[in-house]
Write a protein that binds this ligand. Structure first.
Ligand SMILES: Cc1cc2nc3c(=O)[nH]c(=O)nc-3n(C[C@H](O)[C@H](O)[C@H](O)COP(=O)(O)OP(=O)(O)OC[C@H]3O[C@@H](n4cnc5c(N)ncnc54)[C@H](O)[C@@H]3O)c2cc1C
Ligand code: FES
Length: 265
């Protein structure tokens, strides 16, 4: 299903922060003026961001883009604050210049037929980015979106605005949508049939479960995997992904999007 997309050579871009603030509980939206990057990025690819504020932290933070706006020269990143790097990123003021390496990895690739998009938590970032492209290209899609609670739910409005036929929300505590994991929402939509592919990003157990559901339904499935990353360009093996047949791939160069049937879950 057209998984492998020609990779743009990653470069270092100086990007001016034009917005950085809370968008949902624990989730921030970073908007950067990034003319060259906005023209080079494809949905599903990621960037490596150097976060200022601690000279001892030399590793960049890998983040997907949730919005690519080449006409405005803007790139949007939606990120959850989970540790020191993302906390420092959340404190970066407007006007700061960030060193951003990208575009990195492979994106979702061309999609034909009707797609089912499945996202859990901040895994919605690359899914929303793809939804925006599908909407522009007139490719029909539905979405299953999960979050811990209504307050942490991110992406529902953006998916609807992008043109989703249906957005089925699930929250762990039942405070929005159906009570349960995104898997439940995905299962209900898949049961309706008519999908030619499933695209999924979120916690590893969600992706593994969705890969299983799609496999059972005979629908090809792509997943955007997360791994710890050090170098970001295939040199350190930190981000290895085990594939069926004993092969190893690097998430940063061969992914982050993989054919779910090739991944050892
Ligand atoms: C290709 C890719 C795309 C990503 N896109 C997004 C995105 O769009 N939005 C978003 O919020 N996050 C995204 N992430 C995850 C993000 O990179 C991590 O949350 C971030 O690096 C944590 O850095 P930190 O310094 O704040 O936390 P740390 O202090 O380094 O770690 C805090 C916690 O996060 C875990 N963690 C650290 N790095 C990663 C990682 N690379 N993957 C998974 N868990 C990690 C640690 O194990 C620890 O539990 C992506 C990761 C990858 C590999
Ligand atoms: S992060 Fe070094 S090989 Fe992927």
């Amino acid at each position: 299903m057209g998984l492998v997309v020609a990779r743009q050579t990653a470069g270092l871009h100086e990007c001016e922060v034009v917005g950085n603030g809370p968008d949902a509980k624990g989730i921030f939206l970073l908007r950067m003026r990034a003319e060259g990057l906005s023209r080079a990025l494809a949905p599903g690819q990621f960037v490596n961001v150097a976060v200022p504020g601690d000279a001892t932290q030399i590793l960049r933070v890998p983040l997907s883009c949730s919005g690519i706006l080449p006409d405005e020269g803007l790139v949007e990143i939606s990120y959850a604050v989970v540790g020191d790097g993302t906390r420092r990123l959340s404190e970066v003021p407007v006007g700061t210049s960030l060193g951003v390496v990208g575009p990195c990895g492979h994106g979702w690739g061309p999609i034909e037929g009707k797609a089912l998009l499945v996202a859990g938590g901040i895994g919605a970032a690359p899914i929303v980015c793809e939804a925006r492209r599908l909407g522009v290209e007139g490719v029909p899609f539905d979405a299953a979106l999960g979050a811990q609670s209504a307050a942490r739910l991110w992406g529902e409005a953006a998916l609807a605005r992008a043109g989703a036929g249906e957005v089925l929300v699930a929250t762990d505590d039942g405070s929005a949508g159906i009570a349960g994991f995104a898997t439940l929402a995905a299962e209900r939509l898949l049961a309706k049939g008519g999908y030619s592919c499933v695209l999924c990003c979120g916690p590893q157990p969600l992706m593994a479960a969705v890969a299983g559901l799609a496999g059972k339904a005979g629908v090809p499935c792509l997943v955007s995997l997360e791994r710890m990353m050090s170098c970001g360009f295939g040199a350190c093996c930190t981000c290895n992904v085990s594939l069926v047949g004993g092969r190893q791939a690097s998430c940063c160069m061969d992914g982050p999007v993989f054919d779910a049937s090739e991944v050892v879950w």
